[in-house]
Unconditional design. Sequence first.
Lengths: 697, 323
Amino acid sequence: MASVMVTAEWALWGKKAGDIGYHQLDCSAGKISSENFDQVITRYSPGTPESLPQVTISWLSDKSQANYLAIAIHDRVHPAGRPGPRPRAAEPAPFDAHGRETVRTSYYCVPFADVAEHGVSYRAMYEAFRAEPLPRDLRAPVTVKLAAGPDSSAATPADFALRVAALLLAGKPVCMLGAGHLTVTERLGFLDTVASLLPYGARTRLSASTWTSSTYQNHRFRLFFAGQARNRDDHLVMWDQAGTVPVTDPVAGAYLAWLSADPRRRIAQLARALQPMSFTGSDAALMLARIGAAEEQTPTQLPGRPPTDGSPDLTVADLLVSCGERLESSEPEQELKADITELRLRLSEERTDAERQEYQDIIRDHDLLREDLQVLATTRAQFYDILLSLAFADPLSYADYCGIEDCANIQPGQVPHRSLLAAIGKRNLTGSLMRQLLQLLRECEPSVTTGGRLSSADLVALAADRALQPGHAQLAYDALAVHPDAGGHGLRRALRQHGYLAAALEQRHRSDSGYQVLVLHDLLQLAYGPSLDRSAVWKILRNEPHQRTAALDAAVLISADCYDEVRPRLGGLLLGEPSALPAAPPASRRPVMRIPARMSRTAKVPAATPPAVHAPQAPSPPAPNPAVKTPAAGKTPARGGGQPATSPEDPRAFLASLQQHHAKHSCRKRGVWLAVSAAALVILVLLCTAFAVYVWR
Amino acid sequence: MPPRTSRPEHSVAMWGAPGSGKTTFLASLDIALSRQGSSWSLTGGNESSTGMLVKLTTSLADGRFPTATVGMDQFTWVLEQLPPHVDRRRLLRRGAAREPSRAVGLDLIDASGEIFSGQSARYREARGDLIGDLVRSRGIIFLFDPIREFNKGDAFQYTFGVLAELAGRMMDSPERISGRLPHYVAVCVTKFDEIRVLQTAEKLDLLSADPADRFSFPRVLDEDAQELLGYLCDISRSGNADLVVNALRARFLPTRIKFFVTSAIGFYVDPRHGGYDPDDYQNEVPDGREPGGTRIRGAVHPINVVEPMLWLARKLTGDTRDG
């Protein structure tokens, strides 16, 4: 049998004696860095092992964009260890610090170019590398002789292997079930068979595993065996049940038809298709055109596929997907630059909203706007720039900016990383909201130099904009907290002008009244100092011409310099502490704030006090509630304890009622104290008398 | 085809440093329920989850610790409380109503401890998945390993980063309460059976025994658990362990945090005497057959393993009934 000598780079993963967690123990000194090995081993992990050994197949590329095929052998660490005078420092231990059995992962990768010409199978790699235990002296690479040609089991592929190969072109991972009785070599043989039914170049993006943990939901294998299905949208294929594998995807269906026509001939054709390809639909179409399938069948004239003349153009979406795949390799610089050039040519084309949305989805799914792209800063800047140009309208609106956050997988209010912020800054902006927000974001990013600074009035105006998302509003609040204008007239005026932001807060956080109160409390403290005096309380509670909210009332209560004993109780309520709840059911007029009945403004005014006395300028009282009996004609209907109520819109009456409550409460406390003292005195006198009588006798 | 199950309503995540005992805790859960004679029982929510339940439980019952988790396991277990058996004739005669059964579906997330580390970039993708699952969960079992904290002192490293990312992801969540995360957190001080932890509790005079416990195992009451944790934090190698508790208190509602002192394998019980022996209680011993390995010496008697899970289950379902 023909063979080929190849040199493989390697890494060893496991635990040393005394270790608790898994980590890389050693790796070869070659083109692939230790960090790259770390990434690829954790990325293609099969999860907690259920039986050993197992084999996983994956791929990577190095700094010069050369592709590698990789195979990882997961096995026990045999206590006997390797022969030799003493174990190496990197030798894995069979048990970790907690006495748990460990798994050693021996990872080998070979240049794709070295094996592609000879059609080396995965099984041949497994057989050769398992005889080469790791680690190696002096971190030297492993040189082995690999059998050339496809695996013998691939010569006459079963019908369902054809179907599985076709399904791989349908985009979803394929999960093989019911094959637990097979040996690892047999399962690896099946993976080889399926791989032989795809162009050899597809191995540059193929990941597969002879077994994965069924409870590891997030593994990233494209083709894998498992005991049970995971909760993911995988194609499920029962072992050896060809009839149960429906192939409904048009691309996959056409490919299956092409394969089924003459499998042996197709395998030979596919073994010669060495051009690297991914598993995207466009790459599949391109691949079929390359290998000449289009001449015999019509897979390139599939629904949704552009007609081709042997070299189909890639769409923008395809190019974006391609960028995502290139960025997964260790050194994507050159390939990404080529894609950027290609994408730039498409900038002049008209784009519909649906297309933009599609591009945004791809950018988000492939995390293309992330910070840690392994490319030069200039390339990164160009890349972000082109992505924003393709996926978003010009000029950029606030809604577009929210879309960018979504695409960049960052939360609203989280400041984008510096490069992305710079790319956004280069775009034309529409609306003052967007301009002010961008300025605020720049101020929040310390490494970005900003021309000016938003005034406190600008920040309040920004936060008052009802269109602003809660996270962005939080940025404005935070900026206000450290603004030099804090405590100044400008801030007070701006807050007054925008109704202390109460309405905007209520709109954004309707279900979280506690949060509204905390923000309002902080804002009031910023503007008026640690405590509000009487005139400030009166002004804020009037809040004309804006709407007052329950949260604003509560914030004033907390911030006012009187009623100290009200504050902790109210604070407790806001934090949801049941102990702060009153015995009686709350009689609050507004459901968002749980103010207890005896503290609520409707229950505080004594029964004999008509509301008009306290609120001569108050607006008209609310209509009487027909469900509540009116104690006397002309009086406001009572709530809670059946007492007459003042107008809830009258801040001064409210204030007066609170003062009365405070005074009454103090009196009651004083009375209790006097009673206790008197009782103690009486007891003392009695004791003294008893003692005197005892001594006298 | 195997049945697919929809995501259960209640998701509980295990959180702790590598080797803190997350998987062992889960493995001991069914044994603990059986030992207590509890009316609650555990079943798998789907085929893979049942497989996991059987694998973990049999491993521990055989005296072997479960293998370390690689990546992140997710499975669905259902805590089910069956009503007591009622004699049908008596039922008819007295006209008593049959009490309905209760079931709480728990979507459990058991991630390899390394993923919680804030220092390693190699787990970036897995960490993203983990945070996503924590965002969806509403119950957390946070395992604090006092032995690891004494030897390494890195609990804060495995807590703070994930906590900050979780808070960031939930910044705009309407479920936040007064700006705090909405999760219920059961903080479990693990490895109570370990000699240093037991002696510390004894020194602090925090040990008590349940009169109804036929083995008379020592316990630390839940109300004393925080005090023990506080002392154990003081002797952390890095001195940062107190920051763990402070960070949890800062991010979650204090009323939604409860402390427990637990042991997944419990104390050794000599079959000849049939009770706890204060001079011979070590249940984890070196495995003489495999150098470096450990094994469980006798029967597994989990301590305070069911309680945190039932507390979370009750809180998540809003159930106030006993049992």
